[in-house]
Ligand binder design. Structure first.
Ligand code: 4AD
Ligand code: MG
Length: 463
């Protein structure tokens, strides 16, 4: 029965010695001589391969010929304690089936290590490498831990729309969704495009954030979170930006900025601790292969109390530190990557920066009494920089409405959002965790393109 066939992970941990087992997977290596062959097979359940030992008196050379690196095989035999070094158990092969061959002349994943850049070009095959097997398993466990964290605390998973008629961040970096013929669109008398004839009867885009609809959920269910894909047409070709990325956005009624920060910090510590516990083998592999500081960094963050510092204080620190930055720090300007790095190093742990100038933040953030700053909070991490952005929300109708006007935002597309401030408004807060930035931090990869199975970036939507 295929559904009950034990996976390699199970065979290596439970070690049911002397039982007959069948494994199915992809050949990593084959070596040996006239008398005996050793086939290392991986089925994706673990980073470890299982070794099949083939007594060549029972098999013809012809039968083993298609068993090459990359081929998909099924091997049946008795599980025994290994005589050799490097593995505790192995299979004495009795039957070998080849489900799919992989021509050694053209199969791109030969044994030698490939660069991560090269592997990006063969993203259809890179999940079969040790590195991407590890990254994808860790990604799964992180996603699961996120759902677990919220479920355990009474949050409801809310599915917010992918197609929207509003720009949640007001940054105008959206992908248009249309069924109009772009070569010959219907026009209004003044020559502009007549979106009334479009599929939804109006202009629509892919969402940049589920927050605004998330707030509607929180103002009814109390505690909600979203976990979905978001899309940004920002032309930033950096190791931290994707055009399609996944975001986790909790929204909490009656939470102020401090409750918001406590929740974000607890979430990050929970998921990192979970990965340290559940992904030991994969993390050890990545630690040894790419970054000897990885495990130390994860343990440090899981066990530290994040620093909390206002934007104003942060700018003071930057101005007085004596370091020469490429961008001179100045109150009112956005913090640059180099500034964020300095602050994280300065405190030696994650830092939550609060109370940013209102002019560099989105319209929905709660305005402070000083008239200059908003109750924003960004969490800066070692290694990846900004991992979370959030705020307490402006719950006062007039203040929110005036801010929308002031910032020149199309208020008609937000009537429903504004209306919640008229009907039973309350203090509430939320934040957005960039899932790939989290995966980047936990895996120690250096480019966010290696933290998602099939990255979308400017000029790149292959696979
Ligand atoms: O700071 P951002 O833009 O905040 C929002 O979208 C809010 N609506 C969140 C909220 O309060 N509910 O994005 C949140 C996080 C960032 O801190 C970063 O981790 C990630 O999303 N992020 C990206 N990740 C990959 N590629 C991009 N282009 C990203 N832009 C933001
Ligand atoms: Mg941000």
């Amino acid at each position: 029965m295929e559904t009950s066939r034990p996976k390699i992970k199970q065979l290596l941990t439970e070690q049911p010695i002397d039982t007959e087992v069948t494994i199915k997977g992809w050949v990593r290596t084959k070596r040996g001589n006239k008398n005996v062959a050793f086939i290392a097979v991986n089925d994706g359940s673990t980073i470890h391969n299982i070794q099949a030992v083939v007594d060549m008196t029972n098999f013809s050379e012809e039968a083993l010929k298609p068993v090459t690196t990359g081929a998909c095989v099924g091997i049946t035999g008795k599980l025994v304690r290994s005589q050799g070094q490097g593995q505790s158990v192995e299979i004495l092969a009795e039957k070998i089936e080849v489900f799919g061959t992989a021509d050694p002349e053209t199969y791109p994943l030969q044994k030698k290590g490939h660069t991560l850049e090269f592997l990006r070009e063969i993203a259809h095959l890179r999940p079969r490498t040790n590195t991407f097997g590890a990254v994808l398993r860790i990604r799964h466990h992180l996603a699961f831990a996120i759902h677990q964290f919220f479920n355990d605390r009474g949050f409801f998973y809310l599915h917010t729309p992918i197609i929207t008629g509003s720009d949640a961040e007001g940054a105008g970096e959206m992908f248009r969704v249309t069924t109009l013929n772009i070569e010959n669109p219907p026009k209004n008398p003044d020559g502009s495009i007549n979106y009334a004839e479009d599929f939804f009867g109006k202009e629509t885009n892919l969402t940049v954030s589920g927050q605004l609809e998330g707030e509607l959920g929180a103002l009814a269910l109390g505690l909600i979170y979203t976990f979905g894909p978001t899309f940004r047409a920002e032309n930033s070709n950096t190791p931290r930006h994707l055009a399609e990325f996944w975001m986790i956005e909790p929204e909490m009624a009656f939470y102020d900025i401090n409750d918001n920060m406590d929740t974000a910090e607890a979430l990050l510590k929970h998921v990192i601790s979970y990965a340290l516990e559940k992904c030991k083998d994969d993390l050890e592999f990545l630690n040894n292969m790419y970054d000897k500081e990885l495990l130390n960094r994860l343990n440090l963050v899981a066990n530290s109390n994040f620093e909390r510092c206002t934007y104003t204080k942060a700018v003071e620190i930057l101005e007085n530190c004596g370091k020469k930055f490429e961008f001179k720090p100045a109150w009112g300007a956005d913090l640059q990557k180099e500034h964020e790095n300095y602050l994280v190093e300065h405190f030696g742990k994650p830092v939550i920066i609060t109370d940013y100038p209102k002019d560099i933040k989105a319209f929905y953030m709660k305005q402070n009494d000083d008239g200059k700053t908003v109750r924003a909070m960004d969490i800066l991490f070692p290694y990846v920089g900004e991992i979370i952005g959030g705020s307490q929300r402006e719950e006062n109708y007039d203040k929110l409405y005036n801010r929308v006007k002031e910032m020149g935002i199309h208020e008609e597309s937000l009537w429903w959002y504004l209306e919640t401030r008229k009907f039973g408004t309350c203090v509430h807060s939320g934040f957005g965790l960039g899932f790939e930035r989290l995966v980047l931090f936990v895996t120690g990869m250096t480019n966010v393109r290696d933290a998602i199975p099939f990255p979308r970036t400017p000029k790149n939507a292959e696979f």
